[in-house]
Design a protein around this ligand. Structure first.
Ligand code: SAM
Length: 237
């Protein structure tokens, strides 16, 4: 059921999976639903829905043009690994860093990577507002992705400092994306982000509104950003 739904959903999006990638997705789905019984990972537990709303949705941001070969990618607020794990499976040349403030979710992802044989991976535990001030992470990534973590005005402050000059911040957004874009114009300007493309997304069999935003980093983000935890939410730029 999961496997068929996965293949159909990917085909509908114009993506073809190799057999080994299908096996990796299936193992990920098994681990996700198994571990979800003892750890809060996802509210979606129907295998068909996992195929579309997690796996296919994660790859809705994929476009060969925006994912250079061997690029480094940071998945900010990765949670149970979305969109990071599907992207790592689909493009094994990428080096994917899974970033979350909850260590137990990273432990789960470590197991997923071991079990699926994903090797070009790293795990970063901490808050987005804090780790960006460490030289090892600041403006170091070609790509930063984020899904379901915060409103865009906040996310720009959290994510853009990790993106290298000319790299991309890719935000997977829900129904309110147009409003969020308007609200984030100041944050984009201050942090050095240029909205390059807004791509509306329709997932197979679903009608809800969503979009992927491709935000190009131009220059460097001022050193004082991101501000201390809770500041971006309390006083969005
Ligand atoms: C709603 S979940 C979304 C997870 C996943 N991206 C998805 O789409 O299913 C949000 C995740 O972001 C993490 N998170 C929230 N605020 C964060 C912060 N300031 N720094 C790092 N991670 C954060 C949470 O721990 C949680 O795992």
């Amino acid at each position: 059921m999961f496997q068929n739904d996965l293949i159909h959903a990917m085909e509908a999006m114009g993506l073809v999976l190799e057999d080994y990638q299908i096996r990796q997705f299936c193992r990920f789905e098994e681990l996700l639903l198994e571990t979800n019984k003892v750890m809060n990972l996802t509210a979606i537990t129907d295998p068909g829905e996992v195929a579309v709303k997690h796996m296919a949705d994660s790859l809705s941001c994929y476009d060969e043009r925006y994912f250079p070969k061997d690029a480094s990618l940071l998945d900010l607020g990765t949670g149970a690994g979305f969109p990071g794990i599907p992207l790592a499976i689909f493009r094994p040349d990428l080096t994917v860093t899974f970033f979350d403030s909850l260590q137990k979710r990273l432990n789960f992802l470590n197991e997923v990577c071991r079990e699926t044989g994903l090797r070009k991976v790293a795990f970063l535990h901490g808050r987005a507002e804090e780790m960006a001030h460490q030289e090892a992470y600041r403006e170091q990534f070609d790509l930063v992705t984020s899904r379901a973590v915060a409103r865009l005005s906040i996310l720009c402050e959290w994510a853009l400092p990790y993106v290298r000059n000319n790299g991309l911040f890719i935000a997977l957004k829900g129904a309110q994306y147009e409003e969020e874009i308007k609200e984030a114009s100041n944050a984009l300007r201050i942090l050095g982000g240029i909205l390059e493309e807004v791509r509306p997304v329709t997932l197979p069999g679903l009608s809800d509104k969503r979009a992927v935003l491709y935000i190009r980093k131009s220059g460097t983000s001022p050193a004082k950003y991101p501000r201390k935890p809770k500041m971006a939410a309390k006083h969005p730029l």
